[in-house]
Design a protein around this ligand. Sequence first.
Ligand SMILES: Cc1ncc(COP(=O)(O)O)c(C=O)c1O
Length: 377
Amino acid sequence: MNLFDVYPLQPVSIAHAQGAWVWDESGNKYLDMYGGHAVISIGHTHPHYVERLTDQLGKIGFYSNSVHLRIQEELTEKLGSLSGKSHFQLFLCNSGAEANENALKLASFHTGRKKVVAFSGAFHGRTSLAVAATDNPGIVAPVNQTDQIIFAPFNDEVTLESIFSEQGDEIAAVIVEGIQGVGGIHEASVSFLKTIRRLCDARGAVFVADSIQCGYGRTGTFFSHDYSGVEADIYTTAKGMGNGFPVGGVWIGPQFKSRHGMLGTTFGGNPLACAAALAVAEVIQSESLIQKAEETGAYLRTQLEMIAGIKEIRGRGLMIGIDLPAEKSDTRKRLLREGRVFTGEAKPNIIRLLPSLALTRSEADYFLGKFHESYQH
Ligand SMILES: Cc1ncc(COP(=O)(O)O)c(C=O)c1O
């Protein structure tokens, strides 16, 4: 049997990792400025993470949601205090798409409505409704196509106002990333997020803040939407939540009433996933990683902005987009091949930096040195 070939692979076979570094099978060392797509939040193989997971595995790895799992309550309490959302409720699942799927389903249950507003450039996952709300027809199968999604231009308040004035009574939810990741590191403006909040309030729609890539402390606040001073009704998280262990969350405002059977999952919230998420939360807190991400990110951006010829540096904290001119489009390949630095990409020529929040100043300097070499080649 062969693997189903859906990923364009980098020519590297990774054998082990530590902190911000990974090693290939031949022992070559690489700086990981990609974090496996914004997943490695506290650094690879963090000792506290390894210990907590190992310890949990020795106690109980799995039981289903048919019994009390004390560790779920421990995690919920911890995340409430870490994020400032103690008044919210948490539904645990396994991935980002699943979190968004459940968030939109909940919004529809809550409002009794069917329509969802999503934005140009958005990525919300690959399952049925999440992919329908994703602005990429190439990954939407015929069965996922629905006329329940209304696409609006990102950061365009006038168009959003007119959509609400015409169809406001049918809209269950507006879903928006605080900073679009796959779309190329584009930030939702404060005034756009405030307009979404106002329109949702006025027409009884649910504000869903997709925080799967931009959330979990990466941008210097727990949720990147926090910069706007606006509170969403539902937040969705995954990626950095488990530092590689598959765990997702739907953070549900106090106004939503649950009923048995409304949402559900076999694996979501299992003890191992909770142990991973608890370890991550404990390290984020004890090592002040949210503040660190803000500081290291600001330093990186300032240094990158001094390089001549780059079209634009975008983002916040450790979610940075380097928008390169077309003639420098091979910079990312060079960074990997010659500089041994992993980065992410977005179309057409954007390098995405999504490293661990524990990236140090000297690792940032190491990256900047390698970036200079690859860019100026
Ligand atoms: C903003 C955003 N939402 C949702 C998802 C989907 O997450 P997952 O791949 O865990 O389903 C992603 C993944 O890249 C994402 O960036």
